[in-house]
Ligand binder design. Structure first.
Ligand code: ATP
Ligand code: MG
Length: 457
Protein backbone atom coordinates (compact mmCIF):
# COMPACT_ATOMS: atom_id res chain seq x y z
CA UNK A 1 0.00 0.00 0.00
CA UNK A 2 1.51 3.33 -0.96
CA UNK A 3 2.35 5.73 1.79
CA UNK A 4 0.18 8.76 1.04
CA UNK A 5 2.68 11.30 2.29
CA UNK A 6 6.39 10.97 1.77
CA UNK A 7 7.85 11.43 5.23
CA UNK A 8 11.38 12.09 4.05
CA UNK A 9 10.36 14.99 1.83
CA UNK A 10 8.58 16.77 4.64
CA UNK A 11 9.53 20.27 5.65
CA UNK A 12 9.47 21.35 9.24
CA UNK A 13 7.94 24.64 10.16
CA UNK A 14 8.90 26.05 13.54
CA UNK A 15 6.39 28.43 15.08
CA UNK A 16 8.31 30.36 17.74
CA UNK A 17 6.81 31.15 21.13
CA UNK A 18 5.82 34.70 20.26
CA UNK A 19 3.76 33.52 17.30
CA UNK A 20 1.44 31.13 19.10
CA UNK A 21 -0.80 31.20 22.17
CA UNK A 22 0.34 28.11 24.06
CA UNK A 23 1.57 29.02 27.50
CA UNK A 24 3.13 26.69 30.06
CA UNK A 25 0.66 27.81 32.68
CA UNK A 26 -2.13 26.13 30.69
CA UNK A 27 -0.30 22.82 30.55
CA UNK A 28 -0.70 20.21 33.27
CA UNK A 29 2.23 20.33 35.69
CA UNK A 30 2.56 16.56 35.40
CA UNK A 31 2.77 16.71 31.62
CA UNK A 32 5.51 19.33 31.93
CA UNK A 33 7.31 17.09 34.44
CA UNK A 34 7.26 14.24 31.93
CA UNK A 35 8.51 16.48 29.11
CA UNK A 36 11.43 17.80 31.19
CA UNK A 37 12.40 14.41 32.56
CA UNK A 38 12.46 12.80 29.11
CA UNK A 39 14.64 15.61 27.83
CA UNK A 40 17.01 15.28 30.79
CA UNK A 41 17.19 11.57 29.93
CA UNK A 42 18.51 12.54 26.50
CA UNK A 43 15.32 11.98 24.51
CA UNK A 44 13.16 14.19 22.34
CA UNK A 45 9.77 14.84 23.87
CA UNK A 46 6.76 16.85 22.75
CA UNK A 47 3.26 17.61 23.81
CA UNK A 48 1.15 16.41 20.89
CA UNK A 49 -2.31 15.77 19.51
CA UNK A 50 -5.53 17.01 21.03
CA UNK A 51 -3.87 19.01 23.80
CA UNK A 52 -1.86 21.19 21.39
CA UNK A 53 -4.89 21.60 19.13
CA UNK A 54 -7.17 22.55 22.02
CA UNK A 55 -4.66 24.99 23.53
CA UNK A 56 -4.25 26.70 20.17
CA UNK A 57 -8.02 27.06 19.80
CA UNK A 58 -8.45 28.39 23.32
CA UNK A 59 -9.95 25.20 24.72
CA UNK A 60 -9.11 23.22 27.84
CA UNK A 61 -7.55 19.86 26.97
CA UNK A 62 -9.11 16.95 28.80
CA UNK A 63 -5.79 15.11 28.76
CA UNK A 64 -2.19 15.66 27.77
CA UNK A 65 -0.39 13.25 25.47
CA UNK A 66 3.35 13.16 24.96
CA UNK A 67 5.31 11.82 21.98
CA UNK A 68 8.94 10.89 22.41
CA UNK A 69 11.96 9.28 20.79
CA UNK A 70 12.28 7.01 23.85
CA UNK A 71 10.94 3.47 23.52
CA UNK A 72 8.26 2.37 26.02
CA UNK A 73 10.90 0.41 27.94
CA UNK A 74 13.15 3.47 28.12
CA UNK A 75 10.22 5.52 29.38
CA UNK A 76 9.56 2.91 32.04
CA UNK A 77 13.18 3.20 33.18
CA UNK A 78 12.82 6.93 33.72
CA UNK A 79 9.58 6.84 35.71
CA UNK A 80 8.83 4.70 38.71
CA UNK A 81 5.13 5.51 38.29
CA UNK A 82 4.96 4.06 34.79
CA UNK A 83 3.13 1.08 33.32
CA UNK A 84 3.17 -0.23 29.77
CA UNK A 85 -0.12 -0.96 28.05
CA UNK A 86 -1.62 -1.83 24.69
CA UNK A 87 -0.97 -4.28 21.93
CA UNK A 88 -1.98 -2.52 18.75
CA UNK A 89 -0.38 0.64 20.10
CA UNK A 90 2.19 -0.04 22.80
CA UNK A 91 2.15 2.92 25.15
CA UNK A 92 3.59 4.08 28.44
CA UNK A 93 1.26 5.49 31.05
CA UNK A 94 2.91 7.71 33.62
CA UNK A 95 0.57 7.83 36.58
CA UNK A 96 0.23 10.80 38.92
CA UNK A 97 -2.63 10.05 41.27
CA UNK A 98 -5.72 10.43 39.13
CA UNK A 99 -3.93 11.97 36.19
CA UNK A 100 -2.34 9.77 33.57
CA UNK A 101 0.10 11.18 31.05
CA UNK A 102 0.16 8.98 27.99
CA UNK A 103 3.60 8.71 26.47
CA UNK A 104 3.90 7.24 22.97
CA UNK A 105 7.07 6.50 21.06
CA UNK A 106 7.29 8.17 17.62
CA UNK A 107 5.69 5.72 15.23
CA UNK A 108 6.03 5.24 11.51
CA UNK A 109 3.46 4.25 8.93
CA UNK A 110 6.20 2.18 7.33
CA UNK A 111 4.99 -0.50 4.93
CA UNK A 112 8.29 -2.19 4.10
CA UNK A 113 7.28 -5.22 6.13
CA UNK A 114 10.25 -4.97 8.47
CA UNK A 115 8.42 -3.84 11.56
CA UNK A 116 5.64 -5.16 13.70
CA UNK A 117 2.82 -4.02 11.49
CA UNK A 118 -0.19 -5.85 10.13
CA UNK A 119 -2.54 -4.67 7.44
CA UNK A 120 -5.83 -6.42 6.73
CA UNK A 121 -6.80 -7.32 3.12
CA UNK A 122 -9.21 -4.41 2.94
CA UNK A 123 -6.57 -1.90 3.99
CA UNK A 124 -7.41 -1.75 7.68
CA UNK A 125 -4.54 -1.47 10.13
CA UNK A 126 -4.50 -4.27 12.67
CA UNK A 127 -1.25 -3.71 14.50
CA UNK A 128 1.07 -0.77 14.28
CA UNK A 129 4.22 -0.88 16.36
CA UNK A 130 6.88 0.40 13.98
CA UNK A 131 8.92 3.12 15.61
CA UNK A 132 10.07 6.05 13.53
CA UNK A 133 11.11 9.68 13.42
CA UNK A 134 8.99 12.64 14.47
CA UNK A 135 8.24 13.25 10.78
CA UNK A 136 6.97 9.68 10.44
CA UNK A 137 4.94 10.16 13.58
CA UNK A 138 3.35 13.33 12.25
CA UNK A 139 2.16 11.88 8.94
CA UNK A 140 0.58 8.76 10.40
CA UNK A 141 -1.72 10.91 12.56
CA UNK A 142 -5.24 11.57 11.32
CA UNK A 143 -5.87 15.31 10.92
CA UNK A 144 -3.34 18.07 10.40
CA UNK A 145 -4.73 19.86 13.45
CA UNK A 146 -3.91 16.76 15.52
CA UNK A 147 -0.31 16.56 14.36
CA UNK A 148 1.27 19.59 16.01
CA UNK A 149 4.14 19.24 18.48
CA UNK A 150 4.98 21.57 21.34
CA UNK A 151 8.40 21.43 22.95
CA UNK A 152 9.76 22.85 26.21
CA UNK A 153 13.17 23.10 24.53
CA UNK A 154 12.32 26.55 23.16
CA UNK A 155 8.50 26.59 23.69
CA UNK A 156 7.93 26.46 19.96
CA UNK A 157 5.37 24.47 17.99
CA UNK A 158 6.69 22.13 15.29
CA UNK A 159 4.51 21.56 12.25
CA UNK A 160 5.21 18.99 9.51
CA UNK A 161 1.84 18.87 7.78
CA UNK A 162 0.48 22.43 7.64
CA UNK A 163 -1.61 21.95 10.74
CA UNK A 164 -0.87 25.35 12.24
CA UNK A 165 -2.35 27.15 9.26
CA UNK A 166 -5.33 24.80 9.18
CA UNK A 167 -6.04 25.47 12.85
CA UNK A 168 -5.86 29.21 12.18
CA UNK A 169 -8.26 28.77 9.28
CA UNK A 170 -10.45 26.49 11.40
CA UNK A 171 -10.46 23.70 8.88
CA UNK A 172 -10.19 19.98 9.47
CA UNK A 173 -8.01 18.23 6.93
CA UNK A 174 -6.90 14.61 6.78
CA UNK A 175 -3.20 14.00 6.29
CA UNK A 176 -2.53 12.15 3.04
CA UNK A 177 -5.09 10.66 0.67
CA UNK A 178 -8.47 10.78 2.45
CA UNK A 179 -9.94 7.62 0.97
CA UNK A 180 -6.84 5.60 1.86
CA UNK A 181 -6.88 6.97 5.39
CA UNK A 182 -10.57 6.14 5.88
CA UNK A 183 -10.06 2.64 4.53
CA UNK A 184 -7.18 2.10 6.95
CA UNK A 185 -9.44 3.10 9.83
CA UNK A 186 -13.11 3.89 9.13
CA UNK A 187 -13.52 5.37 12.62
CA UNK A 188 -11.63 8.39 11.28
CA UNK A 189 -14.92 9.35 9.58
CA UNK A 190 -16.53 9.63 12.99
CA UNK A 191 -13.54 11.52 14.29
CA UNK A 192 -13.92 14.03 11.46
CA UNK A 193 -17.53 14.67 12.48
CA UNK A 194 -16.58 14.85 16.14
CA UNK A 195 -13.73 17.32 15.81
CA UNK A 196 -15.70 19.51 13.40
CA UNK A 197 -18.57 19.58 15.90
CA UNK A 198 -16.37 20.11 18.93
CA UNK A 199 -14.11 22.78 17.46
CA UNK A 200 -16.63 24.42 15.13
CA UNK A 201 -14.23 23.69 12.25
CA UNK A 202 -15.34 23.13 8.69
CA UNK A 203 -14.32 19.87 7.04
CA UNK A 204 -12.06 20.40 4.05
CA UNK A 205 -13.92 19.37 0.84
CA UNK A 206 -11.41 16.64 -0.06
CA UNK A 207 -11.65 15.25 3.48
CA UNK A 208 -15.47 15.41 3.45
CA UNK A 209 -16.08 14.00 -0.03
CA UNK A 210 -15.43 10.27 0.58
CA UNK A 211 -17.41 10.05 3.82
CA UNK A 212 -20.92 9.41 2.44
CA UNK A 213 -19.46 6.88 -0.03
CA UNK A 214 -17.42 5.03 2.56
CA UNK A 215 -19.91 5.27 5.44
CA UNK A 216 -20.85 1.56 5.24
CA UNK A 217 -17.24 0.67 6.17
CA UNK A 218 -18.07 1.77 9.69
CA UNK A 219 -20.10 -1.41 10.07
CA UNK A 220 -16.85 -3.32 10.22
CA UNK A 221 -15.46 -1.27 13.09
CA UNK A 222 -15.30 -2.97 16.49
CA UNK A 223 -18.60 -2.37 18.36
CA UNK A 224 -16.74 -1.71 21.62
CA UNK A 225 -14.69 1.02 19.99
CA UNK A 226 -17.81 2.56 18.45
CA UNK A 227 -19.42 2.68 21.86
CA UNK A 228 -16.46 4.66 23.19
CA UNK A 229 -16.53 6.97 20.20
CA UNK A 230 -20.26 7.54 20.62
CA UNK A 231 -19.71 8.71 24.16
CA UNK A 232 -17.11 11.17 22.86
CA UNK A 233 -19.51 12.36 20.16
CA UNK A 234 -22.45 12.89 22.46
CA UNK A 235 -21.36 13.41 26.06
CA UNK A 236 -18.90 16.29 25.73
CA UNK A 237 -21.13 19.25 25.05
CA UNK A 238 -21.46 19.06 21.26
CA UNK A 239 -24.05 16.31 20.86
CA UNK A 240 -26.44 18.28 18.68
CA UNK A 241 -23.71 19.34 16.25
CA UNK A 242 -22.35 15.79 16.20
CA UNK A 243 -25.76 14.36 15.34
CA UNK A 244 -26.27 16.87 12.56
CA UNK A 245 -22.83 16.02 11.20
CA UNK A 246 -23.64 12.31 11.20
CA UNK A 247 -26.87 13.01 9.35
CA UNK A 248 -25.26 15.34 6.88
CA UNK A 249 -22.50 12.91 5.94
CA UNK A 250 -24.69 9.81 5.81
CA UNK A 251 -23.16 8.10 8.83
CA UNK A 252 -26.36 7.65 10.82
CA UNK A 253 -27.49 4.43 9.07
CA UNK A 254 -24.13 2.79 9.75
CA UNK A 255 -24.18 3.70 13.42
CA UNK A 256 -27.89 3.58 14.29
CA UNK A 257 -29.61 1.68 11.48
CA UNK A 258 -33.02 1.34 13.16
CA UNK A 259 -33.13 4.96 14.26
CA UNK A 260 -32.08 6.13 10.79
CA UNK A 261 -34.88 4.06 9.23
CA UNK A 262 -37.45 5.33 11.71
CA UNK A 263 -36.45 8.94 11.13
CA UNK A 264 -36.61 8.50 7.37
CA UNK A 265 -40.12 7.05 7.67
CA UNK A 266 -41.39 9.70 10.08
CA UNK A 267 -42.60 12.39 7.73
CA UNK A 268 -43.89 14.72 10.41
CA UNK A 269 -40.40 15.05 11.88
CA UNK A 270 -41.74 14.52 15.41
CA UNK A 271 -39.20 11.81 16.20
CA UNK A 272 -36.28 13.88 15.01
CA UNK A 273 -37.47 16.83 17.08
CA UNK A 274 -37.44 14.59 20.12
CA UNK A 275 -33.88 13.40 19.42
CA UNK A 276 -32.65 16.95 18.90
CA UNK A 277 -34.38 18.12 22.08
CA UNK A 278 -32.67 15.30 23.98
CA UNK A 279 -29.24 16.09 22.60
CA UNK A 280 -29.68 19.79 23.22
CA UNK A 281 -30.56 19.17 26.83
CA UNK A 282 -27.55 16.84 27.14
CA UNK A 283 -25.34 19.67 25.87
CA UNK A 284 -26.91 22.08 28.32
CA UNK A 285 -26.26 19.67 31.20
CA UNK A 286 -22.62 19.31 30.20
CA UNK A 287 -22.26 23.08 30.06
CA UNK A 288 -23.82 23.36 33.51
CA UNK A 289 -21.50 20.64 34.85
CA UNK A 290 -24.44 18.37 35.60
CA UNK A 291 -24.02 14.63 35.24
CA UNK A 292 -25.02 12.94 31.97
CA UNK A 293 -25.62 9.23 31.58
CA UNK A 294 -25.05 6.92 28.63
CA UNK A 295 -28.36 5.18 29.47
CA UNK A 296 -30.33 8.38 29.02
CA UNK A 297 -28.34 9.32 25.92
CA UNK A 298 -29.07 6.01 24.23
CA UNK A 299 -32.70 6.19 25.32
CA UNK A 300 -32.85 9.42 23.32
CA UNK A 301 -30.87 8.16 20.31
CA UNK A 302 -32.83 4.93 19.99
CA UNK A 303 -36.25 6.36 20.86
CA UNK A 304 -37.28 6.61 17.19
CA UNK A 305 -36.33 2.96 16.67
CA UNK A 306 -38.27 1.96 19.78
CA UNK A 307 -41.39 3.90 18.75
CA UNK A 308 -41.33 2.34 15.32
CA UNK A 309 -40.82 -1.21 16.60
CA UNK A 310 -43.62 -0.68 19.09
CA UNK A 311 -45.98 0.50 16.41
CA UNK A 312 -45.18 -2.44 14.18
CA UNK A 313 -45.86 -4.88 16.99
CA UNK A 314 -49.07 -3.15 17.98
CA UNK A 315 -50.29 -3.15 14.41
CA UNK A 316 -49.72 -6.91 14.45
CA UNK A 317 -52.13 -7.09 17.35
CA UNK A 318 -49.59 -7.62 20.14
CA UNK A 319 -50.92 -6.35 23.45
CA UNK A 320 -49.34 -3.06 24.58
CA UNK A 321 -47.40 -4.28 27.61
CA UNK A 322 -45.98 -7.22 25.70
CA UNK A 323 -45.30 -5.04 22.65
CA UNK A 324 -43.32 -2.56 24.74
CA UNK A 325 -41.12 -5.25 26.19
CA UNK A 326 -40.52 -6.86 22.83
CA UNK A 327 -39.85 -3.55 21.08
CA UNK A 328 -37.29 -2.61 23.74
CA UNK A 329 -35.55 -5.97 23.43
CA UNK A 330 -35.61 -6.00 19.66
CA UNK A 331 -34.13 -2.51 19.34
CA UNK A 332 -31.44 -3.23 21.94
CA UNK A 333 -30.35 -6.54 20.45
CA UNK A 334 -30.27 -5.13 16.95
CA UNK A 335 -28.24 -2.10 18.02
CA UNK A 336 -25.60 -4.35 19.59
CA UNK A 337 -24.53 -5.40 16.07
CA UNK A 338 -22.98 -1.99 15.56
CA UNK A 339 -22.44 -0.50 19.02
CA UNK A 340 -21.53 -2.53 22.10
CA UNK A 341 -23.82 -0.86 24.60
CA UNK A 342 -23.05 -2.52 27.95
CA UNK A 343 -25.96 -4.01 29.88
CA UNK A 344 -25.45 -1.62 32.75
CA UNK A 345 -26.62 1.07 30.33
CA UNK A 346 -29.05 -0.84 28.12
CA UNK A 347 -31.18 -2.04 31.05
CA UNK A 348 -31.84 1.42 32.49
CA UNK A 349 -32.35 2.68 28.93
CA UNK A 350 -35.15 0.16 28.49
CA UNK A 351 -36.63 1.08 31.85
CA UNK A 352 -36.77 4.73 30.80
CA UNK A 353 -38.82 3.68 27.75
CA UNK A 354 -41.08 1.28 29.61
CA UNK A 355 -41.81 3.86 32.29
CA UNK A 356 -43.15 6.30 29.71
CA UNK A 357 -46.44 4.43 29.50
CA UNK A 358 -46.62 4.37 33.28
CA UNK A 359 -46.20 8.12 33.47
CA UNK A 360 -48.90 8.56 30.85
CA UNK A 361 -51.36 6.67 33.00
CA UNK A 362 -51.71 9.89 34.90
CA UNK A 363 -54.41 10.70 32.41
CA UNK A 364 -55.98 7.36 31.90
CA UNK A 365 -58.04 6.99 35.02
CA UNK A 366 -55.42 4.79 36.67
CA UNK A 367 -53.94 7.42 38.91
CA UNK A 368 -54.46 5.60 42.18
CA UNK A 369 -52.36 6.65 45.09
CA UNK A 370 -50.60 3.30 45.42
CA UNK A 371 -49.50 3.32 41.82
CA UNK A 372 -48.33 6.89 42.04
CA UNK A 373 -46.23 6.13 45.12
CA UNK A 374 -44.71 3.07 43.47
CA UNK A 375 -43.84 5.02 40.36
CA UNK A 376 -42.24 7.81 42.38
CA UNK A 377 -40.12 5.26 44.26
CA UNK A 378 -38.86 3.59 41.08
CA UNK A 379 -35.07 3.98 40.76
CA UNK A 380 -35.53 5.15 37.19
CA UNK A 381 -38.32 7.61 37.95
CA UNK A 382 -36.19 10.73 37.71
CA UNK A 383 -34.67 9.79 34.36
CA UNK A 384 -38.05 8.70 33.00
CA UNK A 385 -39.60 11.96 34.13
CA UNK A 386 -36.82 13.99 32.49
CA UNK A 387 -37.45 11.97 29.35
CA UNK A 388 -41.15 12.80 29.47
CA UNK A 389 -40.27 16.48 29.86
CA UNK A 390 -38.22 16.24 26.66
CA UNK A 391 -41.08 14.61 24.84
CA UNK A 392 -43.26 17.48 25.96
CA UNK A 393 -40.74 20.04 24.77
CA UNK A 394 -40.49 18.32 21.41
CA UNK A 395 -44.17 17.70 20.74
CA UNK A 396 -46.22 20.08 22.85
CA UNK A 397 -48.05 17.06 24.18
CA UNK A 398 -47.89 15.51 27.65
CA UNK A 399 -48.14 18.88 29.38
CA UNK A 400 -50.69 17.65 31.90
CA UNK A 401 -48.64 14.53 32.70
CA UNK A 402 -45.51 16.56 33.20
CA UNK A 403 -47.36 18.99 35.47
CA UNK A 404 -48.82 16.12 37.47
CA UNK A 405 -45.51 14.35 38.07
CA UNK A 406 -43.74 17.59 38.81
CA UNK A 407 -46.26 18.31 41.58
CA UNK A 408 -46.33 14.68 42.69
CA UNK A 409 -42.64 14.85 43.50
CA UNK A 410 -43.40 17.62 45.99
CA UNK A 411 -46.66 16.26 47.42
CA UNK A 412 -48.34 13.23 45.83
CA UNK A 413 -51.71 13.62 47.57
CA UNK A 414 -51.95 17.25 46.68
CA UNK A 415 -51.03 16.44 43.08
CA UNK A 416 -53.76 13.82 42.83
CA UNK A 417 -56.27 16.32 44.17
CA UNK A 418 -54.93 19.10 41.99
CA UNK A 419 -54.91 17.26 38.67
CA UNK A 420 -58.26 15.66 37.97
CA UNK A 421 -58.11 12.70 35.65
CA UNK A 422 -59.00 13.59 32.11
CA UNK A 423 -60.67 11.27 29.75
CA UNK A 424 -59.21 12.32 26.43
CA UNK A 425 -56.01 13.83 25.19
CA UNK A 426 -56.03 17.58 25.08
CA UNK A 427 -53.48 17.85 22.32
CA UNK A 428 -53.28 15.89 19.15
CA UNK A 429 -49.94 14.20 19.10
CA UNK A 430 -48.68 12.64 16.00
CA UNK A 431 -48.49 8.93 15.36
CA UNK A 432 -45.10 7.37 15.94
CA UNK A 433 -44.13 9.50 18.87
CA UNK A 434 -47.47 8.95 20.50
CA UNK A 435 -47.25 5.20 20.11
CA UNK A 436 -45.23 4.91 23.28
CA UNK A 437 -47.84 6.71 25.30
CA UNK A 438 -49.57 3.61 26.51
CA UNK A 439 -53.21 3.26 27.49
CA UNK A 440 -54.23 6.62 26.13
CA UNK A 441 -53.08 5.51 22.72
CA UNK A 442 -55.09 2.35 22.96
CA UNK A 443 -58.17 4.35 23.71
CA UNK A 444 -57.51 6.66 20.87
CA UNK A 445 -56.93 3.85 18.47
CA UNK A 446 -60.28 2.35 19.28
CA UNK A 447 -61.91 5.58 18.33
CA UNK A 448 -59.72 6.40 15.38
CA UNK A 449 -58.14 3.20 14.13
CA UNK A 450 -55.98 4.83 11.45
CA UNK A 451 -54.27 7.34 13.72
CA UNK A 452 -51.55 5.06 15.03
CA UNK A 453 -49.99 4.74 11.62
CA UNK A 454 -50.08 8.28 10.43
CA UNK A 455 -46.54 9.41 11.16
CA UNK A 456 -44.63 6.30 10.31
CA UNK A 457 -45.99 5.84 6.84
P1 ATP B 1 -9.70 14.29 22.37
O1 ATP B 1 -9.91 15.70 22.69
O2 ATP B 1 -10.95 13.60 21.99
O3 ATP B 1 -8.88 13.50 23.34
P2 ATP B 1 -7.47 13.78 20.68
O4 ATP B 1 -7.01 14.43 19.43
O5 ATP B 1 -6.57 13.83 21.85
O6 ATP B 1 -8.88 14.35 21.00
P3 ATP B 1 -7.25 10.96 20.89
O7 ATP B 1 -8.19 9.90 20.44
O8 ATP B 1 -6.97 11.13 22.34
O9 ATP B 1 -7.79 12.30 20.28
O10 ATP B 1 -5.89 10.71 20.10
C1 ATP B 1 -4.69 11.42 20.35
C2 ATP B 1 -3.96 11.68 19.05
O11 ATP B 1 -3.60 10.45 18.43
C3 ATP B 1 -4.78 12.43 18.01
O12 ATP B 1 -4.69 13.81 18.19
C4 ATP B 1 -4.14 11.98 16.72
O13 ATP B 1 -2.95 12.69 16.47
C5 ATP B 1 -3.75 10.54 17.01
N1 ATP B 1 -4.83 9.60 16.62
C6 ATP B 1 -5.84 9.16 17.40
N2 ATP B 1 -6.63 8.31 16.74
C7 ATP B 1 -6.12 8.21 15.49
C8 ATP B 1 -6.50 7.48 14.34
N3 ATP B 1 -7.59 6.70 14.33
N4 ATP B 1 -5.74 7.62 13.24
C9 ATP B 1 -4.62 8.41 13.25
N5 ATP B 1 -4.24 9.11 14.30
C10 ATP B 1 -4.96 9.02 15.42
MG1 MG C 1 -6.76 12.85 23.75
Amino acid sequence: MPNPTQANSIAQRVIPREQHTISRKDISANALRVLYRLREGGFDAYLVGGAVRDLLTGGHPKDFDVATSATPEEVKHLFRNCRLIGRRFRLAHVVFGREIIEVATFRANSDDGSGDRQVHDDGRLLRDNVYGSIEDDAVRRDFTANALYYTVEDFSVRDYVGGFEDVNNRVLKLIGDPETRYREDPVRMLRAIRFAAKLGFSIDPATAEPIPRLAPLLREAAPARLFEDCLKLFLYGHAEASFEGLERYGLLPALFPDTAAALAANRSGALRRMVIAGLRSTDARVRADEPVSPAFLFAVLLWPAYCRALMTLQSQGVHLTEAQRRAADRVTVHQLDSIALPRRFSLPMQEIWLMQARLMQARSGQRQRKRVMRTLAHPRFRAAFDFLVLRQAASDGHAEDVAFWRDAQQDPDNAIALHPVEDAAETEEEGAEGAASGPRKRRRRRRKPAAAHSAAE
